[in-house]
Design a protein around this ligand. Structure first.
Ligand SMILES: Nc1nc2c(ncn2[C@@H]2O[C@H](COP(=O)(O)OP(=O)(O)O)[C@@H](O)[C@H]2O)c(=O)[nH]1
Ligand SMILES: [Mg+2]
Length: 148
């Protein structure tokens, strides 16, 4: 059986690649990813997969390789992009992550409402990867979840 990974989904520019790099303890240059990138612990899913509903099936298929899914909403820019009940499409746990928590703090309630609306329960993790905010808490939570 293939090793399962942490799948990271979210809209364009929300900080997916920054987060997978942090989860893989990689601190080299940030590259733009169009294709799905399998990292040591992660799957970095192209934004297009959640931005186009006709590509959802590809994302669900990738979910077979995941032991958990991190669904990101961008606090600096948060139009509705997930379809209602999104989280129910996966068999593994789906965790809500609010990225760019250093920006537009007034949007935090909107982000939480979106995560709830797509079927994810708290706790939600507010992170800012460039400043190293929240990533330690998220990693610790993931470790505990995996061992359960
Ligand atoms: N201010 C801020 N910028 C961030 C944060 N996370 C990522 N970025 C920046 O947002 C841009 C897009 O990040 P990237 O990880 O490539 O997003 P992706 O398209 O979802 O993979 C880059 O310039 C990052 O440096 C954050 O928490 N706060
Ligand atoms: Mg990327």
């Amino acid at each position: 059986m293939r090793r399962k990974r942490i799948m990271v989904v979210g809209p364009r520019g929300c900080g997916k690649t920054s987060l997978v790099n942090a989860l893989n303890d990689y601190d080299g240059p940030l590259r733009r990813t169009q294709d799905t990138i399998y990292g040591k612990h992660t799957i970095d899913v192209p934004s297009a997969y959640i931005e186009n509903t006709d590509m959802y099936k590809h994302m669900i298929a990738l979910g077979q390789d995941a032991w958990c899914v991190l669904a990101l909403v961008d606090q600096s820019r948060c139009p509705e992009i997930y379809s209602h009940g999104f989280a129910k499409a996966f068999r593994c746990p789906v965790i809500g992550v609010i990225s760019k928590c250093d920006l537009s703090p007034e949007n935090q309630p909107v982000c939480k409402r979106q995560l709830r609306g797509i079927g994810i329960e708290e706790p939600y993790f507010s992170i800012c990867v460039p400043k190293g905010v929240g990533t330690k808490e998220l990693k610790r939570y993931l470790l505990e979840l995996k061992e359960r």
